[in-house]
Design a protein around this ligand. Structure first.
Ligand code: ATP
Ligand code: MG
Ligand code: FE
Length: 334
């Protein structure tokens, strides 16, 4: 099965051709990180405009690098949501036009299922499994009993993990996106500051990061008021340790609860070196196989959309030319 995937939900314009949901034939990504950096975050209108600029050349690049002809494709998979509506519409309309022009099936994909299916490019999935989804907009524990079935058993009650990384980074005066900056800085410090961990009620699989974020901001203000010199590296390391500890413990709790045969980590925050290290060790201790995608497949890309779209294609999921982008899309309805 050869699927062309298209992704434009946020600030990456991406297209990729994937074979059998597991082999990347080509993957093209145009990132807008540099464009948005001066604003300290993604500006939706600017994102849409850049997607319009890039989408045609990125799709052509993905196809030509794959060595696959249009008539050999089995379908076109596109991120329908969730994401920025203006950004989503660019990908959805490109996919519709290409599907119509080449008479190919159109397969709508939920962006987060894409992040999850990035793992299948690394290793075949074994069910039941638990996926820890940690990205810019999501922090979720997803229970999968089979391909294409998603049950959310834990979610954040306020900020997403990536959001917390980005906001704390901003407090420390680091550029956008903050996650990689905190990761880098934390390596030069030690987790000596005792920031809170939000465990919530006994046995809860939900998350909360706003209290931690406020604790970091308060700490910085208090230290500044006392005239102390801030140790940014120690703050980064302590914050990261708090996030990592909660994510890892709750993921293990979820895995044990559903007798998971596999644990997946998905989304941009899974690029974090501390979280990768800690979750690998925790899974090894419990003898549960763990998969984390390589860095390029953790952040937004289209290979993951093609990989998830392959499952949709095989299940018979199809959209017609009335397909619309959806800023809010529920993974459990998918
Ligand atoms: P969503 O997938 O929820 O719609 P998104 O697509 O914007 O949101 P991703 O692209 O998956 O999110 O991830 C981006 C997030 O990952 C940003 O918040 C960024 O700071 C974070 N991130 C990237 N690398 C790292 C890292 N090494 N450590 C921590 N966070 C990181
Ligand atoms: Mg992004
Ligand atoms: Fe994403």
């Amino acid at each position: 099965t050869l699927i062309l995937g298209i992704e434009t939900s946020c600030d990456e314009t991406a297209a990729a051709v994937v074979e059998n949901g597991t082999v990347i034939r080509s993957s093209a990504v145009a990132s807008q990180i540099e464009v948005h950096r001066r604003f300290g975050g993604v500006v939706p209108e600017i994102a849409s405009r850049h997607h319009v600029d890039q989408i045609t050349v990125i799709c052509e690049e993905a196809l030509s690098k794959s060595g696959v002809a249009w008539e050999d494709l089995d379908g076109i998979a596109v991120t329908q949501g969730p994401g920025l509506i203006g950004a989503l519409l660019v990908g959805v309309n490109a996919a519709k036009a290409l599907a119509y022009a080449h008479q190919l099936p159109l397969i709508p994909v939920h962006h987060i299922t894409g992040h999850i299916y990035a793992n299948r490019i690394v290793r075949e999935l074994h069910f039941p499994l638990i996926a820890l989804v940690v990205s810019g907009g999501h922090t979720e524990l997803v229970h999968m009993k089979e391909h294409g079935s998603y049950e959310v058993i834990g979610t954040t009650r306020d900020d997403a993990a990536g959001e917390a990384f980005d906001k704390v980074a901003r407090t420390l005066g680091l550029p956008y996106p903050g996650g990689p900056e905190i990761d880098r800085l934390a390596k030069e410090g030690s987790p000596v500051i005792d920031f809170p961990r939000a465990w919530l009620e006994e046995g809860s699989l939900d998350f909360s990061f706003s209290g931690l974020k406020s604790a970091v901001i308060n700490y910085v203000h208090n230290e500044q008021q006392r005239g102390h010199k801030l140790n940014h590296a120690d703050i980064a390391a302590s914050f990261q340790e708090s996030v990592s500890e909660v994510l890892v413990k709750k993921t293990m709790m979820a895995a044990e609860r559903v007798h998971a045969k596999q644990i997946l980590v998905a989304g941009g925050v899974s690029a974090n070196s501390k979280i990768r290290l800690e979750i690998e060790e925790a899974a090894r201790t419990r003898s549960i196989p763990l998969t984390i995608p390589p860095l390029a497949l953790c952040t937004d890309n289209a290979a993951m959309i093609a990989a998830s779209g392959t499952i949709g294609f095989l299940k018979g999921t199809r959209a017609d030319l009335s397909l619309n982008g959806r800023a809010n899309l529920n993974i459990e309805d998918f």
